[in-house]
Design a protein. Structure first.
Length: 91
């Protein structure tokens, strides 16, 4: 996908916000820790980076659940396979 800078930054901020929300509400992190985890998971990538934005192929809910529960979260916690309504309200 070709991103202009504004689109990329909007998406990056949105995914960081969602990731931090999940890490806080499902991972038990304090707000500051959750924000730091989101920045680590979603670093800024320069426009010339070859795979810029590849992480956006799955939404923040998925990446946060992987971090919290591991690769089998969908099997072990099927109730978490899809984002909650509360998460959707954050987007």
């Amino acid at each position: 996908m070709t991103w202009n800078e504004a689109e990329y930054l909007d998406c990056l901020q949105s995914e960081r916000r969602g990731y931090a929300w999940v890490m806080q509400h499902h991972g038990g992190l304090a707000p500051k820790e959750a924000s730091e985890a989101a920045l680590e998971c979603y670093p800024y990538e320069p426009a010339e980076a070859p795979y810029r934005g590849l992480i956006f192929h799955d939404e923040a809910w998925h990446w946060a659940m992987l971090a919290i529960h591991g690769d089998r979260y969908v099997v072990e916690h099927p109730e978490l396979a899809h984002p909650s309504r509360d998460y959707r309200a954050v987007e």
